[in-house]
Structures are given as C-alpha cells and as structure tokens.
Ligand binder design. Structure first.
Ligand code: HEC
Ligand code: HEC
Length: 444
C-alpha cells in the first residue's frame, strides 16, 4: 500500500466517524427539544430532593475554642439574659432576641437603650450563617456579640465595665472561670466603675470612654480584651445550641424523598396543605424565589439590592453592605483578627480576600425563610408587617426603585393571581415549626 492510499483510507474512516457522531448529536438534541413532563419537572424534583436529605448539624467554628463546651454554653446563657451589662441595667440580649418571640422582638426596628434603625433577626439557626447581620459586617456568631454591648442604642455599655462586673460578682466569676480559666491578674488593678472602650466607628478619639481607654495601661487593656473576647465566645457557644426546628415542609420533602408520597399528589399526603404544596411549586418555579432563597436554609447567604424605596419613595438611606467589608477587615474580633482561635483558617483567608466595592451599596443579606411566619415584621427595616405585604411587593414591585445597574435584574413583577399569592403565603407558613417551646426548653 502506498503512503498516499493509506492516507486516503485513514481520511475516509475519520470522515465516516465524524458523520456518525454528528448524527448522534443531532438525534439527542431533537429528543431534548421534545417537551415531556419529566424533563420539565426534574428541576423541581431536584430542588425538593435537597430538603429530603438529613439536615447537616451546625457547622464547627474553629475560630472559637469554646464553641462546643458545655461550661461555655452555661456561661453564655447567663450572659445572654443578664441585664447587668447595659448602661441602664434594663437591657440584655434577650430584650431584643426574646425567646417568647422566636428570639426576635416583634418590633419594626430594635429598641435597646435607644431606638435603632434595623429589624431584629432571630437567633434560631443563626449559627448556620456565613455572614452575620443584615449587611454581613461580622463573620462569626461570637464576634457579632461584641458590637451590641458597646453600641449606644443597644446595651450602651463598654468592655471595661463588662469585665469588671464579672470580676466583682462572685457567682458570675465562678461561672466564668469554670468556662474560660482564671481571670487575668492585670484585671485586679482596673478601677471599679471605669467606663472605657476603643472609639466607635465615626466617634472622636477624645470622647470620654475612648479617651479613658487610651489612658489605661497596656496590660490592663489586654486583660479586659481577653475577658471580653472569651465572654463573646461563650455567648457564641450558647447561641450555637439554638437551632430553628424543622417544619411540616421538611416532613413532606422527606416523604417525597422516601417515595411514600408523590410530589404530584395534590393532597401532599396530608402533611402540608394543598395550598402550601402549590405554593412550593410557585416558589421554585414561576416565582423563582429559589434564585436567592434556595438550598436547605432557603438563602444563598449572599447580598442583594431589591430596590426597596425609602418612605418618601426615594432611594433608601441605609448603605447596607457598602462599608461592611471595610469594617470586617479592621475588626479585631473577626476570624482574621487577633482574638480569633484560627487566624490563618479558611474563614480568615476569605475575610482577607474580600474587597469593598461601591456596587454593594444598598445590598442586604438574603434572610433564611425557616421559621419566617414567627419573625414579623420583615426586611432589614421591618417595613412589611405581614407575609402578605412581602408577597405583594415581589408580585408588583410597586414603588421599587429601578436603579439601572444597582437593582437586581432578576426581579420582575410576577403578576400572580389572588389564589397564587395565597398559596405562596401558605408555603412560607409551612416552613415554620408548629411549636417552639418544646424544642427550646434548654433555652431558659
Ligand atoms: C437593641 C436590640 C438588640 C440587642 C440588645 C441585641 N441585639 Fe442582636 N441584633 C439586633 C439587630 C437590630 C440586629 C441586626 C443588626 C444589623 O443588621 O445591623 C441583630 C443581629 C444579631 C445577630 C446576627 C443574626 C444574623 O442572622 O445575622 C446576632 C447573632 C445577635 N444579634 C446576637 C446578639 C447578642 C448575643 C446580643 C447580646 C450581647 C444582642 N444580639 C443584643 C438587635 C439587638
Ligand atoms: C434577588 C434575590 C431575591 C429573590 C429573587 C427573592 N428574594 Fe426574598 N429577600 C431577598 C433579600 C436580599 C431580602 C432582604 C431584603 C432587605 O431586607 O432589604 C429578602 C427578604 C425576604 C423576606 C423577608 C424575610 C425576613 O426575615 O425579613 C421574605 C418573606 C422573602 N424575601 C420572600 C421571598 C419570596 C416569596 C420570593 C419570591 C417571590 C423572594 N423572596 C425572592 C432576596 C431575594
């Protein structure tokens, strides 16, 4: 065989193979285009299957060495409900995160020592979040607690009085030392009644508590910070025990996953109402809420700008995520900060890699929708009193600011019928546990 003929045969074989392959591709494409119920439904079935899996435990927190220690939980619980740590002696974490209100306050915006500007989120399940608060300026549940203690509108307190209160109360001191070890010696020299803390964001360095802080000897400051940060870690340990219980929706998803109920069964096996089942189909289908509220916790854990207008119809005044990254990067209590127990861990590396970006102006964290029926009012500023109002907003986007590139392109008016709105609400209600009390007995 000449080289030329051999080349000819090889070329022929390659051409035949290519022809056969393209025929197969065309045939497959044709099949894909053919509308069959199964092909249309599978994304919904996949979305539901996520909820049929056993729920993962609350993830570990390597930045907090006390995260899972029983004595730290006991100390944290005491601190959470103790009103000593406030300027008037009347505010505790539970003032706003009240167990009787699913660890919220039921108010539009929070009120501690003074009026705040944001709505109080629940603590239930909070330890599952990647970022904390509406703008994500904290990256661990324990570090989040440092801010309300010193904020004038919340506890209006300071770390020095906090540490001294523990030193001078024998019962509290015993609890503290059992959880965290002996109090640092240098704390003994700190005068009782001294109010001192670093300057707050935007506060002058000569403001009284900030000036007093800069005058304290370095070893006393270090002792106060050590007591304060360990106390925050104990608060974190306690809050890690507060999970949002599973709901009727989880039981239905589980039954569908087990094959005992079909997703198409309109009665939903009697586990959730027919309206809630239809609401789920809308949520994951036509209304596409799962774009942001997807996954096991019904949140993407990310930040979005929904274009919510201020009361005067103009752009809202809360910058949201804008600026939060800069604060996180300089926060000594962050996972990358000097009090972290894993300053080189994955969380810390993520914080160091974040970039503050003007595009994040007006973005807020997508809240989890678990237990949402228990935590009215809604949104970062509590503007909507009911779930019906939230749904009406998404349905019409009435008043929403079209911020050209700022507002999410994914939000489009949905044009729901009245029964569809009702179904969507029934679904959101099915995400809330029927009872909280039983599962929260340990919450004190
Ligand atoms: C005056 C009411 C008030 C008090 C007191 C208060 N909080 Fe909060 N809490 C809020 C508000 C409001 C937010 C949302 C803040 C924001 O987005 O800027 C919040 C957010 C949180 C979050 C984040 C939850 C999430 O889903 O991101 C945690 C955790 C938390 N608080 C724990 C505590 C602890 C612990 C204490 C006590 C040391 C405390 N809070 C005291 C009102 C309060
Ligand atoms: C583009 C992402 C996105 C989409 C799509 C979306 N949401 Fe949201 N959702 C958010 C964000 C962000 C917030 C918080 C906004 C704020 O506070 O300013 C929120 C808030 C909510 C709240 C209030 C929860 C609370 O605790 O305050 C509910 C309820 C809700 N969404 C339901 C829905 C429903 C139902 C749909 C579908 C019709 C939907 N969302 C679609 C991002 C989204």
């Amino acid at each position: 065989m000449t080289a030329q003929r051999r080349l000819g045969i090889v070329t022929l074989v390659v051409m035949l193979a290519l022809a056969g392959w393209s025929w197969m591709l065309l045939r497959d494409a044709g099949q894909r285009d053919r509308p069959t119920g199964i092909v249309d439904r599978s994304p919904l079935e996949k979305a539901l299957a996520v909820h049929a899996q056993p729920r993962a435990p609350i993830p570990p927190d390597p930045t907090n060495r006390l995260a899972d220690q029983a004595r730290a939980v006991a100390l944290g619980e005491r601190l959470f409900f103790d009103e000593t740590f406030s300027s008037s002696g009347t505010v505790s974490c539970a003032t706003c995160h009240d167990p009787a209100h699913a660890f919220t306050d039921g108010e539009r915006t929070a009120r501690g020592e003074a009026a705040g500007t944001r709505n109080t989120p629940t603590i239930l399940g909070a330890a599952r979040r990647r970022w904390f608060t509406w703008d994500g300026r904290a990256d661990t549940i324990w570090s989040q607690a440092a801010e309300p203690i010193e904020q004038p509108a919340e506890h209006g307190f300071d770390r020095t009085r906090f540490a001294v209160a523990i030193r001078d109360d024998p019962g509290l001191r015993r609890l503290w030392e059992a959880a965290c070890g002996p109090l640092p010696r240098a704390l003994d020299a700190v005068p009782a009644g001294l109010s001192a803390r670093p300057a707050l964001a935007g506060e002058a360095a000569h403001a009284p508590p900030a000036a007093a802080w800069s005058q304290l000897p370095v070893d006393q400051r270090a002792a106060i910070d050590a007591v304060f940060s360990s106390s925050m870690k104990a608060l974190g340990a306690y809050q890690r025990t507060l999970d949002m219980p599973l709901s009727a929706f989880d039981r239905w998803a589980d039954a569908v996953g087990q094959g005992t109920v079909s997703m198409d069964d309109e009665s939903a096996g009697g586990i959730i109402t027919p309206a809630a089942r239809r609401g789920w189909l809308l949520f994951s289908g036509k209304a596409n809420c799962i774009q942001c509220h997807g996954g096991r916790e019904f949140t993407d854990g990310e930040f979005h700008n929904l274009g919510l207008p201020a009361p005067d119809g103009r752009l809202g005044g809360d910058p949201g995520r804008r600026g939060a990254i800069a604060r996180l990067k300089t926060d000594p209590f962050s996972s990358a900060g000097e009090f972290s127990d894993a300053p080189d861990g994955a969380e810390a590396r993520l914080v160091r890699s974040l970039k503050d970006d003007p595009e994040t102006w007006g973005q807020f964290r997508t809240p989890s929708l678990r237990g949402v029926a228990l935590t009215a009012p809604y949104m970062h500023d509590g503007r909507f009193a009911s779930l019906a109002e939230v749904i009406a907003f998404y349905d019409t986007l009435e008043g929403a600011i079209a911020l050209d590139h700022h507002r999410e392109a994914v939000l489009q008016p949905l044009g729901l019928t009245a029964p569809e709105r009702h179904d969507l609400e029934a679904f959101l209600r099915a995400l809330s546990p029927e009872r909280l009390s039983g599962s929260l007995e340990s919450a004190g």
